[in-house]
Design a protein. Structure first.
Length: 549
């Protein structure tokens, strides 16, 4: 749109760049004028809202590239049928789309609007294109323009800060985290599954979230926050409350989003979670800053823990960043995705019990040989394969690298992407028979053990490896930087579970995951039966020996 200049109450120019700007300006004028009739006021407001939305709708569609749409209906003017089909059958739509149109881009109608779905050969082009923005994408899909969801905009610091802090702080320190994670897992299991040798029922998601919140807090922030029940509760619940609120708000017509964001109980709880997290974190940061200032004045090295607060402070190099959003972002990235992988893996142990003896044998052999050394976590090859196969069959998402074009761009092959267009790269290659063979839709715990024996697949078959055919952790320069920590954390947790417990469930369908749009989640309601077993090896004794060494 052309920029229209009006005057504000001070006589200064007022910039109205988008229809939404005009809406707010007209509201202000109506209120200031004190419209004499409530009915007239309501009529004007509704007319303006509908007119602006219609204008935005028309403009956005005139700008779009001419591509086929996979979920298109003859008479669906508002996209309701397409949206319903997307929410319940997104995976089939994606697979059908690439089968129907070949490995070429097409439209997928999502909750809010159409998205250009790109095949994996566009990964490098998207990585290099600065005209495709994740932050702009979050404004539309995560509603980060609203106060409740502002932490979802990814704009917590300068570019590259998060990745540098994680790679140089977290990843480089992985060997010294093995024993603390193992020790924390022992305590977490005692507080949840216990040492009861009789079969008893447990709620998988609830307990796994407790474990991972504790393990992650132990490494990221240490005491006292790692032992603070409020901090641990927020770590478990904040992200679910936040994204739950996003879904609830988007269920309403767009003109009502701003008021639903203020009033919906989930949104209010997310704001309260954030307020409490800030209240807990600020004194911690203030004390840290005081010690750093004293040390600088006294000419000594500051006496501060080597934790995530320090990693991000060091990586910032004096540049501004948001401590609270960084910590809550770590919670989202580390706890919930890791919990989902552990949760689905536990359910898969119940569904495929024939693999359990083989996994146990491997864990015992490796720990007896190496103890809790770094090499132990690389030598549990069957466990690595089991976890990667779990992730292949059910990643957290069916697409990745979601972006919005901030200007008109052209991708390889002459694909024109106008400003304002949403794009994402598909993960459908993870289920392709051309890559994984005739059993591509079957769970094979040994798949990556066998694949590693082939020289061309040796490196790409590790849990932490990414490639265009396996994008559970993303791929390229924006691949998940914390995947090395997550892999170690998951392996340590699974090794404890395998040695210390037996598992079973009543209904194999409990291992089936939920699909909601392009999201795939381990069954949040699943319960299983567990009992403590007599371990062949004392994990805590090994831990003590390693700690002394």
């Amino acid at each position: 749109m052309d920029t229209r200049t009006d005057l504000n109450s001070s006589g200064e120019p007022l910039q109205l760049n988008e229809p939404s700007d005009a809406i707010h300006h007209i509201f202000a004028q109506l209120i200031e004028a004190k419209a004499p009739s409530l009915g007239l006021y309501a009529a004007v407001v509704i007319t303006v809202l509908l007119g602006a939305q219609a204008l935005q709708y028309i403009i956005s569609r005139l700008r779009r590239p001419r591509l086929p749409t996979i979920n298109k209906f003859p008479w669906d003017p508002f996209g309701d049928k397409a949206k319903t089909q997307y929410l319940s059958h997104a995976k089939k739509l994606i697979q059908d789309g690439f089968k129907k149109f070949g490995e070429r881009p097409f439209y997928l109608r999502m909750e809010v609007d159409k998205t250009v779905l790109l095949p994996p050969q566009y990964i490098e082009a998207v990585n290099k294109e600065d005209g495709l923005s994740f932050i702009a994408f979050t404004t539309t899909h995560f509603l980060s323009q609203y106060d409740t969801f502002k932490g979802l905009d990814g704009n917590t610091s300068v570019p590259g800060h998060f990745e540098e802090a994680v790679m140089k702080g977290l990843t480089r320190s992985l060997p010294r985290f093995t024993i603390p994670i193992s020790r924390e897992m022992t305590g977490a299991l005692k507080d949840t599954w216990g040492d009861n040798k009789e079969w008893h029922e447990v709620w998988v998601r609830g307990d796994v979230l407790k474990w991972v919140a504790r393990l992650s807090a132990r490494i990221f922030v240490g005491d006292p926050l790692a032992s603070d029940e409020t901090w641990l509760r927020i770590s478990r619940e904040y992200t679910s409350n936040l994204f739950g609120a996003v879904d609830k708000v988007k269920a309403y017509p767009r003109p009502l989003w701003w008021i639903v964001e203020r009033l919906h109980p989930l949104a209010r709880q997310a704001r309260e979670d954030r307020r409490q997290a800030k209240q807990l974190l600020e004194p911690y940061i203030a004390a840290r800053n005081e010690e750093i200032a004293r040390a600088e004045k006294e000419g000594r090295k500051p006496d501060v823990p080597d934790d995530s607060l320090e990693w991000f402070r060091t990586a910032a190099k004096g540049r501004p960043y948001k401590d609270l959003d960084i910590q809550l972002g770590l919670t989202n990235a580390a706890i919930h995705t890791t919990s989902d992988l552990i949760g689905q893996s536990v359910l898969n142990l119940c569904k495929y019990p024939e693999v359990i003896p083989h996994l146990r044998e491997e864990v015992i052999e490796v720990l007896q040989k190496y103890g809790w050394q770094k090499i132990a976590l690389t030598e549990v090859r069957l466990l690595d394969s089991f976890l990667k196969e779990t992730q292949r069959i059910k990643p957290v998402g069916m697409v990745f690298m979601a972006r919005k074009a901030t200007r008109n761009i052209t991708l390889p092959g002459g694909l024109n992407i106008p400003k304002g267009t949403d794009t994402a790269v598909s993960s459908h290659k993870m289920w392709s028979p051309d890559i994984w063979g005739d059993d591509h839709d079957q769970f094979n715990a040994w798949r990556f053990v066998e694949r590693r024996k082939q020289p061309q697949f040796q490196n790409s078959s590790l849990l932490v490896s990414t490639c265009p055919e396996f994008t559970a952790f993303g791929h390229g320069k924006h691949a998940c930087p914390g995947r090395f920590f997550a892999a170690n954390e998951v392996k340590i947790a699974m090794m404890h579970l395998l040695i210390k417990y037996d598992f079973k469930f009543d209904n194999p369908k409990d291992a089936d995951w939920l699909e909601f749009g392009v999201t795939m989640l381990a069954n949040p309601a699943a319960k299983i039966w567990v009992r403590a077993r007599e371990p062949e090896i004392d994990l805590d004794a090994i831990e003590g020996t390693e700690a002394e060494a």
